[in-house]
Design a protein around this ligand. Structure first.
Ligand code: ADP
Ligand code: MG
Length: 239
């Protein structure tokens, strides 16, 4: 572990928390389905980025994680893979009970990127993803909701609250995997109230992950309120 710490110092990586799992260095060491690893390989990722290397062992173990790393550093995979594993672990699933995994991101563009990325890894498993953000065919969404195809939701906070108000689904029954992505940008856009209101509907026995490019006071406060015994990972110099 001394060696891990000296490498971390060299790479400007800070990790805080109790019982932090060791980082991993190659995707084929990950304890997930071979097909997922083949898919990562097919997408063309040779090795994990620093945030992936530090965060994935923690997120895959079910820990709450705060991941701070600049834009473009590969944060998305650090929660998409564990979310997929979390859902596969619970199969066979009942229908119509609302989402198990929820990802919130600030803009429709970001949600679309996350959605596209997710489909690459989920397509083999028949996991159903509801895109709740602007520019998506509402008719198809409602069809999927009515059919109980709602295991994962990727949403902007405003649209999500709108759908909850319309009683499209509820978060209270089986949502146990929550991701708040681009937290700093969410706050800049004034989504704090919406985020807190959504999180307030989700069971406390969930796994909660928060990712951000910076770690400002508002984000720190939210983390203290909604994460339990988190591991905090900071890559590089951040504001
Ligand atoms: P962030 O959320 O930190 O801004 P993303 O997860 O969107 O970063 O990833 C940024 C880009 O890097 C994407 O184009 C993604 O496909 C690519 N990427 C992610 N992980 C890796 C990796 N391990 N190796 C190479 N490229 C990667
Ligand atoms: Mg991102």
């Amino acid at each position: 572990f001394d060696q891990i710490n000296s490498i971390r110092r060299e790479l400007l990586i800070r990790v805080e928390g109790e019982r932090v799992p060791r980082p991993f260095t190659a995707f084929n060491h990950l304890l997930v389905d071979q097909w997922i690893k083949d898919q990562i390989n097919k997408v063309g990722y040779e090795k994990p980025t620093p945030i992936q290397s530090q965060a994935l062992p923690c997120t895959l173990q079910g820990r709450d994680v705060i991941g701070i790393a600049k834009t473009g550093s590969g944060k998305t995979l650090s929660y998409l893979i564990p979310m997929l594993v979390h859902i596969l672990d619970q199969r066979p699933l009942e229908k119509n009970e609302g989402p198990i995994g929820l990802v919130m991101a600030p803009t429709r563009e970001l949600c679309q990127q996350i959605y596209n990325e997710y489909k690459k890894y989920a397509k083999r498993y028949n996991v159903n993803v509801l895109p709740i953000f602007g520019g998506v065919n509402q008719h198809q969404i409602w069809k999927d909701i009515k059919a109980g195809r709602n295991e994962i939701i990727i949403a902007t906070p405003g649209r999500l609250i709108d759908m909850i108000r319309k009683k499209a689904f509820n978060l209270a029954s089986r949502c146990t995997f929550l991701v708040i992505d681009e937290a700093d940008q969410m706050f800049n856009m004034g989504f704090e109230y919406q985020i807190r209101s959504v999180v307030g509907q989700i069971r406390p026995d969930r796994q909660t992950l928060l990712f951000s490019a910076t770690f400002k006071q508002q984000t720190q406060n939210l983390c203290s309120d909604i994460l339990i015994d988190p591991i905090k990972i900071i890559i590089g110099k951040v504001g």
